[in-house]
Design a protein around this ligand. Structure first.
Ligand SMILES: [Zn+2]
Length: 271
């Protein structure tokens, strides 16, 4: 059973120095492909490096809404250079009306530019959205958006929007974080996701599962936040299979087909 991580941040320094150990765990868990998302100009070179040395890494470059304020005057040209240097997707991009000090007007300008770059290249975009769903739907509706589709990572929006979003080309990825009891609303939203649009993600090193479900624990960061190991992907699959009442091999087959439909246009030697 091969596993596919629709969204993580393998370049993140919080995953520690023991990279050989991390790759050992990923291979033990049979992780075939991972979409590794850059978030700022600073981490794009690290994503590039990972993609060049590991066939399991499907690189994605984008400005995360939390960091758009820090962008340089030539960020757009730097992003285009990354996208044109290796076969890659666009992300993590998006809109966030929850984070402290947000400026949604500015986020939207940067988001639209990046969505346009994905559309122009016809590569998938990985989208983060918190408390800005109306605005996001307007942007997607106005387009242009990638004809191959786009990912709503850690989807937690209103379930009644799912049919319209799916009609525009959305896929929805389920993070292990939604296994926490309090995440019942977000979890239950996934009961409305069409089976051919479901994906699974770790979002490592963010969004850890409850401690009792984690296969690979990592030390906490200094602020006490649990660090999520990317090889917990198998545990996320297991949780989603239980939650949806779907036999694990059937779920794995479905996720593989969905992943390949969305990201298959980006050539990698693994998978
Ligand atoms: Zn992320």
């Amino acid at each position: 059973m091969k596993l596919y991580d629709a969204h993580n941040h393998l370049q993140d320094v919080r995953l520690g120095e023991d990279r050989a150990g991390m790759w050992g765990a990923l291979r033990r868990e049979n992780v075939a492909l991972m979409v590794v998302n850059g978030t700022t100009e600073e981490d794009w070179p690290r994503v590039m490096e990972l993609a060049r040395s590991n066939p399991e890494v499907l690189p994605s470059f984008g400005y995360h809404p939390w960091w758009v304020r820090e962008r340089s005057s030539n960020w757009e040209a730097r992003l285009a250079d990354c996208l044109d240097a290796v076969p890659s997707a666009v992300g993590e991009i998006g809109l966030d009306g929850w984070v402290k000090g947000h400026d949604l007007e500015d986020q939207e300008r940067v988001f639209r530019t990046q969505l346009g770059m994905a559309a122009e290249r016809n590569v998938p975009a990985s989208i983060h959205c918190i408390q800005a769903w109306g605005r996001l739907v307007k942007c997607l509706d106005a387009g242009p958006r990638p004809a191959c589709g786009f990912l709503l990572h850690s989807f937690g929006g209103p379930p009644e929007m799912i049919p319209d979003l799916a009609a525009m080309g959305a896929y929805f990825s389920f993070p292990g974080y939604y296994a926490h009891d309090r995440k019942i609303r977000q979890r239950e939203g996934f009961l409305q996701v069409p089976p051919d649009r479901l994906l699974i993600e770790t979002d490592a090193p963010d969004q850890s599962m409850p401690a009792e479900r984690v296969t690979y624990p990592l030390p906490q960061t200094s602020d006490g936040k649990p660090v999520n190991h990317p090889a917990n992907l198998g545990a996320v699959y297991q949780f989603v299979a239980e939650f949806l009442g779907c036999p694990a091999p059937e779920l794995a087959g479905r996720v593989e087909a969905n992943f390949k439909r969305l990201f298959g246009g980006i050539p990698r030697s693994a998978g």
